[in-house]
Ligand binder design. Structure first.
Ligand SMILES: [Zn+2]
Ligand SMILES: [Zn+2]
Length: 371
């Protein structure tokens, strides 16, 4: 998405700024907003705008077009900002400046270890009460034999011959920005600047080995199906002692056939026979806290809803619980003996409108159940 802000304003330069001023402003902002450096939550967004502004103002044709016709002129001229992902940022800087923005040091930045994901499955009742799980997972750890260097004990890595130890190769290439020197990661040493001639026997030169680990994961009450719990720093080891990645535990909550969950509320149904419904009955219904007895008065109707306040799921990282709603279903006999048929026919003859008419307060009661 192209920004609609004024490009000069984005870079903080005057409209008459020369090439050198524009480049200087861009460099300064890029240093400040680079997502590897900036903590500001909107840094990525602002950085995109800055790159776009620089892309337009650093080239004579696009700058002229913009000066005369603004954003509409650029669009009319077929300009679209270059799309890039933040993973290729160093290449992007190499494109702009012919070398890394942060100098040689940035290349050697140790990369953080990878994240890893594991999945646990719990029952709905466990999700309601909160639970703990031992979660086994394989994780890459720094090799103890070589302390992560990848070189066999007694030997050490040697400087890469292909790149002379810089880890990068300079190449001339063309792009939307014109022709420039682009620096690429050295394929021989993959950017490390060093090569291992005598690899460590335990990790085969990788510097890392795989270890089976177990983590005790605390699952908070009220968790929803598919939510993830992040466990910081327990993921794969980073290169050369850099910070380890994180573990993401995805929690799957198994469906419980007795309940339907909707947010923090729980729905259940209860079956009353026609005689229970007509005469009144006490019935056992399941709740998340175990079974409970519910009393239904004579004349209970199908579709009535009984609300059990505070018997739903706990509010995740909050206070209180949702409600449980119990929907009344009235079971009508499907097969009758001759005797039962006779009794029902006799009942039907004795029944009149009064038998089925609702109390004055019935609809009020029903409405209050929904509140
Ligand atoms: Zn090793
Ligand atoms: Zn190399």
């Amino acid at each position: 998405m192209a920004t609609t802000r004024d490009y000069y304003e984005v870079l903080g330069v005057a409209r008459g700024a020369d090439e050198a001023e524009i480049k200087r402003a861009f460099r300064g902002l890029a240093r400040e907003l680079h997502p590897d450096v900036s903590e500001a939550p909107d840094a990525q967004e602002r950085f995109r705008d800055v790159v776009e502004a620089y892309e337009v103002l650093s080239k004579r044709e696009t700058r002229e077009l913009y000066d005369r016709f603004g954003h509409a002129g650029l669009r009319g001229g077929g300009f679209t900002p270059t799309q890039f992902d933040f993973g290729s940022l160093n290449d992007l800087f190499a494109a702009f400046f012919g070398d890394d923005l942060f100098g040689v040091g940035a290349r050697a930045t140790r990369s953080r270890g990878g994240d890893l994901g594991v999945r646990v499955e719990i029952e709905l009742v466990e999700a309601a009460g909160g639970t703990k799980r031992e979660v086994p997972f394989p994780v890459a750890v720094t090799c103890a034999t070589c302390s992560g260097s990848g070189a066999a004990p007694g030997s050490s890595p040697v400087t890469c011959e292909t790149c002379g130890g810089s880890g990068r190769l300079q190449r001339v290439s063309r792009s939307a920005f014109g022709e420039f020197v682009r620096s690429q990661t050295c394929p021989a040493c993959r950017g490390a600047g060093q090569q291992i001639q005598d690899p460590c026997p335990d990790c085969h030169g990788q510097g890392r080995t795989v270890e089976e680990r177990k983590l005790e994961v605390e699952i908070p009450p009220g968790i929803h199906d598919g939510q993830q719990i992040r466990i910081s720093g327990e993921g794969h080891a980073g290169d050369g002692g850099a910070r380890a990645g994180d573990v993401y535990v995805e929690v799957r909550v198994k469906p419980d056939l007795r309940f339907v969950r909707e947010g923090d509320d729980i729905f259940a149904t209860v079956d009353l026979t026609i005689t229970d419904a007509a005469l009144g009955a006490t019935v056992t219904v399941p709740t998340l806290d175990g079974e409970t007895e519910l009393e239904f008065p004579p004349g209970t109707q199908p579709g009535e809803i009984r609300v059990l306040r505070g018997r739903g799921m706990p509010v995740l990282q909050g206070f209180g619980r949702g409600d449980q709603r119990v929907l009344v279903n009235v079971a009508v006999p499907r097969r009758l003996t001759d005797e039962q048929r006779r009794l029902l026919e006799q009942f039907a003859r004795s029944a009149d409108d009064e038998t089925y008419s609702a109390d004055d307060g019935f609809f009020e009661k029903l409405k209050s159940a929904f509140r």
